[in-house]
Design a protein around this ligand. Structure first.
Ligand SMILES: Cc1cc2nc3c(=O)[nH]c(=O)nc-3n(C[C@H](O)[C@H](O)[C@H](O)COP(=O)(O)OP(=O)(O)OC[C@H]3O[C@@H](n4cnc5c(N)ncnc54)[C@H](O)[C@@H]3O)c2cc1C
Length: 269
């Protein structure tokens, strides 16, 4: 145990995108004494390493729009000292809507535009001309966001972690947080399977476990409900154009995009 940090200023639970990006940005702002704990032997073993890699900026929560916009801008121009190449293929997105859902999507698009995100509202015919694969699809209209795209999630996550480590962050894999230590109503550290670690600030970036971690800290339960989501990848299909944008059909709750010569499809939750 000699040399292992038993106290730190910032302790982050979880090395997915939330934890890795928090560690990276803390280190970049000069924070010292940052420890990132990950229960698995590798980073990205859960959602952050197994998602559809789509960068979508039009979202329903207005408060998140500046974040989605800034996130996409960050990917477009990674810092000069970013440690590895991260491909971000900006092929755009088509968000399909019908009925009440279409009215909501249009409101979201206007909110996104106000936040400075480039969006266009297209009638069905224009979307079908742009992506003939939609010719038999059932929708009323489309939100086109040309600056959306698909990112290499593994390179991105690795980049956050490499940068954080080279700025002094310690990442400890295979170390599980078992209990949040609370004294006088304040979080003062955690108990891990390697012992107790005291911390001034504990960041809950535990993904699907975040609700349980919050509860351990005695926090009012956040309305977090983990959902299992499945991705399907087809064999190569001759009619798929690799340059298609990703298509998110809001009315039917599914999305797809070109992948490995075929399609990656997801029926959402
Ligand atoms: C199938 C699927 C497709 C998706 N597609 C997209 C997409 O295209 N675009 C998009 O933006 N989002 C997508 N998402 C959502 C996105 O993947 C997640 O929002 C994101 O990865 C969450 O990151 P996170 O860091 O919060 O959680 P996670 O990646 O789950 O990371 C949390 C980490 O905390 C660790 N941890 C938990 N408890 C403890 C503990 N007690 N001690 C130590 N470590 C702990 C876990 O092991 C895990 O590694 C998708 C999700 C899924 C499941």
């Amino acid at each position: 145990m000699v040399g292992i940090m038993t106290s730190c200023r910032y302790l982050i639970i979880g090395a997915g995108f939330a934890g890795a990006a928090t560690a990276y940005h803390l280190a970049r702002r000069g924070a010292k004494d940052v420890l990132l704990l990950e229960q698995e032997r590798v980073a990205g073993a859960h959602s952050s390493g197994r998602n559809a890699s789509m960068i979508r900026q039009v979202v329903s929560e207005p408060d998140l729009l500046p974040l989605t916009k800034e996130g996409a801008s960050f990917l477009r121009a990674l810092p000069a000292d970013w440690p590895l190449c991260v491909s971000f293929e900006q092929k755009g997105s088509l968000l399909l809507g019908s009925g009440e859902g279409w009215e909501r999507l249009k409101r979201e698009a206007l909110g996104a535009r106000q936040a400075g995100i480039e969006v266009e509202i297209w009638p069905r015919e224009r979307a079908r001309d742009y992506a003939p694969v939609l010719k038999d699809a059932d929708f009323e209209g489309v939100i086109w966001c040309p600056t959306d795209g698909v990112v290499d999630i593994h390179a991105l996550l690795t980049g956050y972690l490499k940068s954080a480590v080279s700025s002094g962050v310690e990442v400890r894999y295979g170390c599980s947080m078992r209990e949040v230590k609370v004294e006088n109503g304040r979080v003062v550290g955690v108990l891990t399977d390697e012992g107790t670690i005291r911390a001034e600030v504990v960041v809950n970036a535990a993904g699907a476990w975040a609700g349980a971690v919050g509860k351990m800290a005695g926090a009012v339960a956040a309305p977090l409900r983990p959902c299992r989501r499945h991705l399907f990848v087809t064999a190569p299909l001759s009619w798929v154009d690799p340059n298609w944008p990703f298509v998110w059909d809001d009315a039917h709750g599914l999305y797809f995009r070109p992948d490995s010569g075929g399609l990656l499809l997801c029926p959402c939750d």
